[in-house]
Design a protein around this ligand. Structure first.
Ligand code: FES
Length: 97
């Protein structure tokens, strides 16, 4: 069982290991938006606050869309993410507060 915390909404969801973030967001109320769902539009950009090692590895789409410094600072594309295990905390785009 994994847990994902959405900081902007101050809510934590328990999920099966390996669940795609987009599936979680379809089932729960969240203000994270999705567009293309294929890693090309950037609508789903988010920032990982903690637990990045518990996420799926960076996809080619994320490497193409995000700048290296963005990736380094914890930005990911939500449509590309799976929560592999453990605890993960995310916020939307550059909003780390
Ligand atoms: S929804 Fe378009 S990049 Fe994620």
């Amino acid at each position: 069982m994994a847990r994902i915390h959405f900081k902007p909404e101050k809510v934590t969801h328990e999920i099966e290991d390996g669940t795609p973030l987009i599936d979680i967001c379809e089932e729960v109320s969240t203000s994270l938006s999705f567009g293309c769902t294929e890693g090309t539009c950037g609508v789903c950009e988010l920032t990982v606050i903690s637990g990045s090692k518990n996420l799926s590895i960076t996809t080619e789409e994320e490497k193409d869309y995000l700048l290296p410094e963005d990736l380094q600072s914890g930005m990911r594309l939500g449509c590309q993410l799976k929560i592999r295990k453990g605890d993960v905390s995310i916020t939307w785009k550059n909003n780390k507060t």
